[in-house]
Design a protein around this ligand. Structure first.
Ligand code: UDX
Length: 475
């Protein structure tokens, strides 16, 4: 049963509007062609919009114009080439071209963790909005998509006011995204909701027109995409609240894993059993090495920092615990490795000198080449720091991993990594690892000892093949 949410706040009506460029549908631009902007630009062209993507990185733009996706994301290459060929999609480093072209400009630049604290670094948002605003010559809508601290949309509005003449009537809106790497194409074309923060009927109408392709596609597939129209602050908060919830759910089950480890329970069975309750649900209840990536870790920290500034720090104090539980999982892998290899832990942690360890997985999750804040790579680096000779294999992430952790040895295949290893640690649940034959690997390894950091292996199969198996939160 779905409980209808009462719309307690009056929001601007959706009325049809004509795009300022005079085009029949709004022309859309995406500023920042990283993960978010590139995926959106390509998918919006696929929905039939005329699209221009912008970035200050000339290399990236040249690659995209040549039909090369700079990231690994299933399905995106084909869509890029198809839409470049159809003439609906272009990329440019020229901000005046972007300003001339667009009716709706989506800000998709990164908001990394600040070097000097937990808050978000808004310098890319400031730079992109300022340069765009300075080049606008007619009315347009600037829409924030980047994940930002609450209050940013109001600040962007002031920035725009400072850099554009008032008579142009340039407006601002906020519309968070909920892309999951590995599913990003579908998440843009078939989102489970659209959230917009707007102040005026014109902005609401223009944003509706800019999303109409999504609603139309849903209608042809007999689906509905719920639309939540709200104020700036709520729209900004929706994104961080969603990520905080997901992070909390993962850390909750990892906390249960810790208790299972102490009490002799099995967290995988526990997760299954509680997940059947529809109020809890079984998704994001996979205990293991914890969450990483470009979003969850930094977003929960930035959220706490912002709440503290607003005087609501106490409300989010639990997120500090969520972070700590998550980081403790990495230490747990080291403990299990020490246990299997018979190494004692001193005050500086275990000493693995003289051992060779195969690390399978470097990315923060499977089906991506992204190693940002990847627990797998962090553990590989910790093992190496503790003296182990670490050999890493990842199906897609090697190139990125080598840049972040050049001190590790990277292998071209799973078999190469496992050959001669005293211990195998499976730290990202790629299908290749889940489906690997423990008998074959057992013949290559020097010792049949395995840490399953993602609880993704069939423990019975591995044990039968003679491996000493350790999972996370399992007896
Ligand atoms: C996340 C949100 O899901 C997405 O909505 C938001 O827009 C961006 O951040 P993403 O970073 O792509 O997306 O990764 P996600 O699939 O959410 O996984 C995050 C991390 O949690 C990964 O490291 C994954 O391995 C881990 N995870 C996920 C678990 O450890 N257990 C789970 O049950 C689920």
């Amino acid at each position: 049963m779905t409980i209808p949410y009462p719309n307690i706040q009056p929001v601007p009506a959706i009325t049809p509007v004509t795009p300022p460029s005079g085009a029949p549908r709004p022309r859309v631009t995406f500023l920042g062609t990283g993960y978010l902007g590139a995926t959106y630009a390509i998918c919006y062209a696929e929905l039939g919009y005329e699209v221009l993507g912008f970035d200050v990185d000339a290399d990236k733009i040249a690659k995209l114009n040549a039909g090369e996706v700079p990231i690994h994301e299933p399905g995106l290459d084909e869509l890029l080439r198809r839409n470049l060929a159809a003439g609906r999609l272009r990329f440019s480093t020229d901000i005046s071209e972007v300003a001339d072209f667009g009716d709706v400009h989506f800000i998709c630049v990164g908001t990394p963790q600040r070097a000097d604290g937990m808050g978000a670094d808004l310098s890319y948002v400031e730079a992109s909005v300022t340069s765009l605003a300075q080049h606008l010559t007619r009315k347009a809508l600037i829409v924030g998509k980047s994940t930002v601290p609450v209050g940013t949309a109001e600040w962007v509005e002031q920035l725009v006011g400072k850099h554009t003449p008032t008579d142009l009537g340039v407006e601002v809106a906020w519309s968070p995204e909920f892309l999951q790497e590995g599913f990003a194409v579908d998440d843009v074309l078939r989102p489970n909701r659209i959230v917009v923060g707007v102040k005026t009927e014109w902005a609401n109408g223009m944003l509706y027109a800019a999303h109409k392709g999504v609603f139309d596609l849903a209608a042809t597939e007999d689906r509905e995409v719920p639309l939540v129209v709200t104020d700036f602050a709520t729209a900004e908060l929706v994104k961080v609240a969603a990520n905080a919830f997901l992070a909390t759910k993962i850390s909750f089950i990892n906390a249960m894993a810790e208790v299972c480890e102490a009490a002799g329970g099995d967290v995988t069975q526990l997760a299954r059993a509680i997940g059947y309750d529809p109020r809890i649900g079984n998704r994001f209840l996979q205990a293991g090495l914890g969450f990483g990536g470009a979003c969850l870790p930094k977003d929960i920290r930035a959220f706490q920092a912002r709440a503290q500034e607003l005087g609501a720090g106490e409300a989010l104090r639990f997120l500090h615990e969520v972070d700590l539980i998550n980081l403790r999982r990495r230490t747990r892998v080291l403990q299990l490795a020490a246990d299997l290899l018979g190494r004692r832990s001193g005050p500086a942690g275990p000493d693995f000198s003289g051992t060779r360890i195969a690390v399978l997985g470097a990315t923060f999750k499977p089906n991506t080449d992204d190693v940002r804040d990847a627990p797998a790579l962090a553990v590989a680096a910790l093992l190496a720091k503790s003296g182990a000779d670490v050999h890493v294999y990842d199906p897609q992430g090697t190139e990125n991993a080598r840049r972040v952790a050049p001190e590790l040895t990277y292998e071209a295949s799973m078999n190469d990594a496992v050959t001669g290893a005293d211990l195998v640690c499976v730290l990202t649940e790629w299908a290749d690892f889940r489906n690997a034959d423990p008998v074959v690997l057992g013949e290559l390894a020097a010792g049949r000892k395995v840490v399953d950091g993602r609880n993704c292996l069939d423990s019975t199969l591995w044990t039968q093949a003679g491996w000493e198996y350790r999972g996370m939160g399992r007896p």
